[in-house]
Design a protein around this ligand. Structure first.
Ligand code: BGC
Length: 556
């Protein structure tokens, strides 16, 4: 191959194609397309709007965008209810727009993964429409039916605030159908080999277009078996391995990211022997970051990471502070859940299902130092971090909106009435812009924060730049340090000869503490200030950290 063709295959440079472990040290950014930027003034964000903002995302330091579902959908669950896997919903744009988005993302050296919703479809999907009409339809067996609602009694209900049962009666079908989420999302029947093949075909279609992989939604629930809780079944792992084989065979630089809201020991099998998922979200770590901050005690972090099994060398955790769903409290004890609710969700209307429907900044009292501390933990604990759109500027939420919608309001680009999100009349916006005094666009917006050196945005951007210069901050060994004070979260990150010392003061007060050094070390560097620091001649380093302050030191 000659000329530019030599460097671009499906829009990805050869170096991108060859870097098959790129996800192990990547910065991810979660975008809800409908909320991000509206290019055509219809009040809904769209793919062309996202294209206009790629430079912003790149400049922040992002390596990979994760885009919430954009497929054809009645949008009863914000696109997690797909009615056609092969088209893009009109409000978001067209397949050509996606092609352009992919090209422009790759031109900037970034990647893009899409959501892949495999557990269920929308009840408006033609498969379900055909299935409910006719028992003899080949699509009947695409879903899970029963004459009564007593099967699989051991299965929990996930959306407990809206659903009373995992079975719903369908008058037209004359049977009950199974669904783990809203009743408008019937579960696919993975015992049917045709369903298994359909999903592989869907993957093939988008990966061939140049998508860099999928965040695979709700994977623990693919199969049902009597006498089990219908989660994490061996059949599920078997099928997921088949998916991975397919990806490895045809698209070796693409990834599968696992959404399994489970305890670490139950997520571990989703990595297989490095032959299932490349990445998995660490759900139990997330609430414990808030517990550690609220209790001023490192113990919850320490305990959950101690309980986290090692993963194969070619895998990585995905860690996060918030996402588009409620802050889930499924992976905590009942006592811990109650503590989290009392501490973070005392205000009526902030609880949802087994969680809390608030964004990062309101959760942390809009305290910039505390928010930065949370990011310090996120950027230095094991895993590739994901930032939820808007949390880089500390956006607020709106608990007046239904279910999780209050966490998905328009991105605040500037201080104009529609926050620079859309030119539409504000009455036509898909959701109102935040108007809370502390979080309205006049207080919180990208434009102002970019111009203010000490803003949350600029601090996060700087932390990301430092993290990206030092791969060892992300993938390396973690060794906890006992400082004798639980309000200090201190740990080594060790990668070959490189050693990083990370100390976070979780408390409201200034603390002085000592770190025992492995050997008499000579030189150190404070990575965030860029200043050299003198190391003591003794084996002890004495540090002093103001309330909620943190340091990242590189020790030679
Ligand atoms: C997604 C939710 C969605 C659910 C059903 C989840 O895990 O994150 O937003 O409602 O799957 O698809």
């Amino acid at each position: 191959m000659k000329g530019s063709f030599a460097f671009f295959m499906k829009g990805k440079s050869i170096s991108m194609k060859n870097d098959i472990n790129w996800y192990q040290n990547a910065i991810f950014y979660e975008v809800y397309v409908r909320a991000y930027a509206d290019s055509n003034g219809d009040g809904h964000g769209d793919l062309r709007g996202l294209i206009q903002k790629l430079d912003y995302i790149k400049d922040l330091g992002v390596d990979c965008i994760w885009m919430l579902p954009i497929y054809e959908s009645p949008l009863r669950d914000d696109g997690y209810d797909i009615s056609d896997y092969y088209t893009i919903a009109n409000v978001f744009g067209s397949v050509d727009d996606l092609r352009e988005l992919l090209k422009k993302t790759h031109d900037r050296g970034m990647r893009l993964i899409m959501d892949l919703v495999v557990n269920h479809t929308s009840d408006q999907h033609p498969w379900f429409q055909a299935a409910r009409k006719d028992r003899k339809s080949p699509y009947r067996d695409y879903y899970v039916w029963s004459d009564d609602d007593r099967k699989y009694q051991g299965t929990r209900i996930i959306f407990i605030d809206t659903e009373k049962s995992n079975w719903t009666w369908d008058g037209q079908a004359g049977q009950f159908y199974w669904h783990r989420f809203y009743a408008s999302q019937p579960d696919l029947n993975f015992d049917n080999p045709k369903v298994q093949q359909e999903i592989l075909d869907v993957m093939d279609y988008w990966l061939a277009m140049g998508v860099d992989g999928f965040r695979v939604d709700a994977v623990p629930y693919l199969f049902e078996r009597e006498g089990t809780n219908c989660e994490n079944l061996p059949e599920t792992h078997q099928y997921l391995k088949r998916m991975r084989q397919f990806v490895d065979h045809k698209y070796p630089d693409c990834i599968m990211l696992c959404e399994a809201n489970q305890w670490p020991e139950d997520v571990r099998p989703y990595f297989g022997e490095g032959d299932e998922f490349h990445m998995g979200f660490h759900f139990p770590l997330m609430p414990r970051i808030y517990m550690a901050l609220g209790k001023e005690d490192v113990t919850p972090l320490f305990q959950i990471l101690k309980r986290t099994p090692d993963i194969p060398n070619n895998c990585q955790w995905c860690i996060f502070l918030r996402n588009h769903d409620e802050l889930t409290l499924e992976m905590v004890t009942e006592e811990e859940r109650q503590w989290m609710w009392d501490f973070y969700a005392a205000q009526p209307g902030t609880r949802l299902n087994l969680g809390i429907r608030r964004r990062l900044a309101p959760l942390l009292g809009n305290n910039q130092k505390k928010i930065e501390l949370a990011y310090s933990l996120l950027f230095t604990l094991p895993g590739s971090p994901i930032i939820y759109y808007g949390d880089e500027i500390g956006m607020g939420d709106n608990i007046e909106l239904f279910d999780r919608n209050g966490l998905r309001t328009p991105m605040q680009w500037d201080n104009s009435p529609n926050a620079g999100f859309s030119h539409a009349d504000s009455s036509r916006l898909y959701a109102p812009v935040i108007n809370d005094e502390r979080f309205k666009p006049q207080q919180v917006n990208v434009e102002d924060q970019r111009q203010t050196p000490e803003s949350l945005y600029n601090h996060i951007k700087h932390m990301l730049a430092v993290r990206k210069q030092h791969a060892g901050l992300g993938s390396s060994l973690l060794e906890w340090i006992d400082t004798g004070n639980n309000a200090i979260a201190a740990y080594w990150r060790i990668r070959g000869e490189e050693r990083f010392l990370i100390c976070n003061n979780l408390s409201e007060t200034t603390l002085t503490f000592k770190i025992e050094m492995p050997t008499a070390l000579t030189k150190g560097m404070d990575l965030l200030s860029g200043k050299d620091i003198d190391m003591p001649s003794s084996h002890e380093l004495c540090l002093n950290l103001a309330s909620h302050a943190f340091v990242w030191l590189k020790i030679n």
